[in-house]
Write a protein that binds this ligand. Structure first.
Ligand SMILES: O=P(O)(O)OC[C@H]1O[C@H](OP(=O)(O)OP(=O)(O)O)[C@H](O)[C@@H]1O
Ligand SMILES: Nc1ncnc2[nH]cnc12
Length: 218
């Protein structure tokens, strides 16, 4: 069951959606590439995008904005600054100089890995993960696994309050969210739409329990 506590008729959404360019067959045939560089060329659309997330996350006691390389580095930092949270980069392999933890994942067009510095987050902190786009959900899944360790792991865990993305690809159905987390959990998504500002709520009821992943349409 999807939950909504935001105004789905927000007039800013249409402007944001129309500012995103779609390029067919990039980076390979069959991919409809959602190009946010055109959103960045439109200061109102860019500001509206940041504002929507800031309005959602301010006053929610969020300590950590975790941004996923590369495009989560565009949207994450302004949100972090506006709500007074730290920004934690989740980077592609071999980019971070300190000790890292890693998680692998599959992409719509390949496989990859993301890494986070050990010590970047502290036990009990509350995090929002930011990226430009959710397609299969594999990247966000890996990001969640970086922040929420498996039972008995030696590293600290934080609460992932939500994952926030500017764009959702409707047709991919977020299949990968059903696997790999090491916990039984359910995924609740309704009416996904292309190029909407969306965020996803995750609640880990307990370590042996249910991870629910419900979408908030803005
Ligand atoms: O939901 P998923 O199927 O995991 O796909 C979504 C991810 O794919 C894109 O990044 P990409 O890996 O292309 O990296 P880039 O931003 O460095 O180009 C996008 O920015 C997301 O991070
Ligand atoms: N269709 C798409 N457009 C832009 N980024 C993506 N990442 C995965 N799929 C994508």
């Amino acid at each position: 069951m999807a939950t909504s506590n935001v105004d789905v008729k927000d007039e800013r959404i249409a402007g944001i959606a129309s500012s995103i360019r779609v390029i067919p067959d990039f980076p390979k045939p069959g991919i409809m590439f959602q190009d946010v560089t055109t959103l960045l060329l439109d200061p109102k659309a860019f500001k509206d995008t940041i504002d929507l997330f800031v309005e959602r996350y301010r006053d929610k006691n969020i300590n950590v904005i975790a941004g996923i390389e590369a495009r989560g580095f565009i949207f994450g930092p302004p949100i972090a600054l506006a709500i007074g949270a730290k920004f934690v980069p989740m980077r592609k392999p071999k980019k971070l100089p300190g000790e890292v933890i890693s998680e692998e994942y599959s992409l719509e067009y390949g496989t990859d890995k993301i890494e986070m510095h050990v010590g970047a987050v502290q036990a009990g902190e509350r995090a929002v993960i930011v990226d430009d786009l959710i397609a299969t959900g594999g990247t966000l899944n890996a990001a969640i696994r970086l922040l929420v360790p498996k039972p008995n792991a030696e590293r600290v865990g934080v609460t992932v309050v939500e994952c926030a993305c500017v764009i959702e690809l409707a047709e991919l159905k977020l299949a990968s969210l059903f696997c790999e987390f090491g916990l039984p959990y359910t995924l609740n998504i309704t009416s996904p739409r292309l190029a909407t500002v969306s965020s996803y709520q995750i609640s880990l009821k307990d370590r042996e329990g249910t991870l629910s992943f419900g979408k908030f349409m803005m």
